[in-house]
Design a protein around this ligand. Structure first.
Ligand code: ZN
Ligand code: ZN
Length: 339
């Protein structure tokens, strides 16, 4: 038995649960921890049974809830090393301050000092200011170590802790980190995983093929085009989650600024409906029971257009009519697909 449950797919967040009968992994965590747990509950996936989180690349729509979720569930996170480094850099940016920002900070410090002096003057106790700082930090400490039953509260607290106490919590801290390399397969439990390089503007982006009990599932979204290594990786797949990001005309005429249109259209951007259709028509081996079209743009695509384009591509091949097409969306989790 293998199961794929797409919790979300699109530029506002991506996350998918892949399970065998013994092992469960989450691919990407691109929604808040709270939302991910909510969607898992809705889809009947038990977060407590997740064995690991795998990350395709460090873009926000794939990692937004990662740190909080991994700490909450105390499970390891699998990255490539460049992706992990890029993610850590994103969370701990070097401070290069603009002059305007620096002026703002100086002004804030000045106001802070003036307020402190005023407070001290009006207080009977000379140590009142220090004492109040002490109380605040003790309160924060108590809040962060309090045992919580509700999952949502725990998630929120973690977020609060990150926001309020950056000096005491490393935002990139994870229970455990494991590295994988594109092209080299590895195992989590009884799932064999083969990561493959995808052309996308991130540090070291990957798609995945998952295999257990003779069933193969693959994830390939966030790629500018279909290079030979991806076409080769997507052979003999039973359930295929494939990007169908935009309709070319809608993107060209749509609301995005020119620079963003160029990025999406580039060879390290996203797959258009046409590019996906071309792959399905000319290169795809027709083996999948289910094809799930994912990472659909909300501004530059319409689900009917993506579906029609893929269906037309498959209809050219009588042998491919058995393929069933599903659409993964942004707003809610999909029904689990079991084989
Ligand atoms: Zn993405
Ligand atoms: Zn991306």
């Amino acid at each position: 038995m293998m199961r794929m449950t797409v919790l979300a797919s699109g530029s506002k967040g991506n996350s998918t649960v892949i399970s065998s009968s013994r092992t469960r992994v989450l691919v990407d965590a691109g929604l808040s921890c709270r939302e991910l747990l909510k969607r898992m509950a809705l889809a009947g996936e038990d977060p407590a049974q997740l064995d690991a989180i795998l990350i395709t690349h460090e873009h926000q729509d794939h990692i937004a809830g990662l740190a909080v979720l991994a700490r909450r569930l105390q499970i390891p996170v699998f990255f490539t090393e460049p992706t992990h480094r890029a993610w850590v850099r994103m969370l701990t940016p070097r401070t290069t301050m603009t002059y305007a920002k620096w002026l703002e900070q100086v002004q804030r410090e000045k106001e802070g000092r003036a307020a402190a002096i005023a407070a001290q003057a009006s207080s009977d106790e000379p140590g009142a200011e220090l004492a109040s700082i002490g109380v605040a930090s003790i309160e924060a400490e108590t809040a962060s170590t309090q045992p919580e039953s509700a999952v949502e509260e725990s998630c929120e607290q973690d977020t609060e802790q990150q926001a309020d106490l950056p000096q005491r919590s490393d935002p990139a801290e994870l229970p455990a980190v494991e590295y994988f390399h594109a092209g080299k397969n590895f195992c989590i439990g009884d799932i064999d995983i083969t990561p493959f390089t995808i052309p996308h503007d991130a540090a070291d982006p990957c798609g995945f093929v998952f295999e257990a009990e003779g069933i193969r599932m693959a994830l390939a979204t966030d790629l500018g085009y279909m290079p030979p290594n991806v076409k080769a990786a997507l052979k003999r797949i039973d359930v295929l989650l494939l990007e169908s990001n935009h309709d070319l005309e809608m993107l060209r005429d749509g609301p995005y600024p020119w620079s963003v249109k160029q990025r999406v259209l580039s060879r390290v951007g996203h797959l258009s409906n046409d590019a996906t259709a071309e792959f399905l028509q000319n290169e795809y081996d027709g083996r999948a029971v289910w094809i799930i079209l994912g990472h659909l743009s909300e501004s530059n695509n319409a689900p009917e257009l993506a579906r029609l384009s893929a269906e037309q591509a498959l209809s050219g091949h009588p042998t491919l009519l058995g393929n069933r097409i599903l659409l993964a969306g942004q707003a809610s989790p999909m029904e689990p697909i079991c084989l």
